[in-house]
Design a protein around this ligand. Structure first.
Ligand code: FES
Ligand code: FES
Length: 195
């Protein structure tokens, strides 16, 4: 990280001072020069051209902006860019496998767990963190709900999301359908990569 010289040393100017940061996002090395206190959420969307991460409340309450830093889910609206220097970051764009969706994303599509899609990127990242932790074990309903407690959804009523996460853990939505869960007809993409 390197701050530009010549700025007066006042608290306000320190916040405005531009810094050059390097970090890895979705496996790709990035170098950006941004105001030191710019939110990671904005750096990802505006400086890294990764609009999949969404802003809801902007106050750390809704989880729409969830990304993973060093394998841990965080609210990127609360993270100053300087804290990302040198970090390894995963956003929703990094979940996809090449041009295809991950099993988790596929389950969200098939099970109708993504409706308006604003909460979906954040929920996918929180669910991804849970499934990494459970390492092949299928988490129970309560465990999924607890893992997603920081992610708010106004559309789905949560059960379809819980079903999709458990379906992905069981080996995908087809497995869930065999187990009796009812897939939805929605074909909306779970990546929600629209602005
Ligand atoms: S936008 Fe970050 S928690 Fe709501
Ligand atoms: S799908 Fe609309 S807020 Fe969750």
């Amino acid at each position: 990280m390197s701050a530009r010289r010549g700025e007066p040393a006042t608290p306000g100017s320190r916040a405005r001072a531009r810094v050059t940061l390097t970090f890895t996002v979705n496996g790709r090395r990035r170098r950006v020069t941004v105001p030191a206190m710019k939110r990671l959420l904005d750096v990802l969307r505006e400086d890294c051209a990764l609009p999949g991460t969404k802003e809801g409340c902007g106050e750390g309450e809704c989880g729409a902006c969830t990304v993973m830093i060093e394998g841990r889910a965080v609210n990127s609206c609360l993270v100053p860019a300087v804290q990302a220097d040198g970090a390894t970051i995963l956003t929703v764009e990094g979940l996809a496998r090449g041009r295809g969706l991950s099993a988790l994303q596929e389950a969200f599509v098939t099970m109708g767990a993504a409706q308006c899609g604003i909460c979906t990127p954040g929920i996918l990242l929180s669910a991804h963190e849970l499934l990494r932790r459970t390492r092949g074990r299928v988490p129970g309903d309560a465990e999924v709900r607890e893992a997603l407690a920081g992610n708010l959804c106004r559309c789905t009523g949560y059960q379809k999301i819980v079903d999709a996460v458990r379906a992905a853990a069981r080996g995908g939505a087809r497995g869930a359908a065999r187990d009796g869960a009812r897939p939805a007809r929605s074909t909306r993409r779970a990546t929600a990569s629209r602005r």
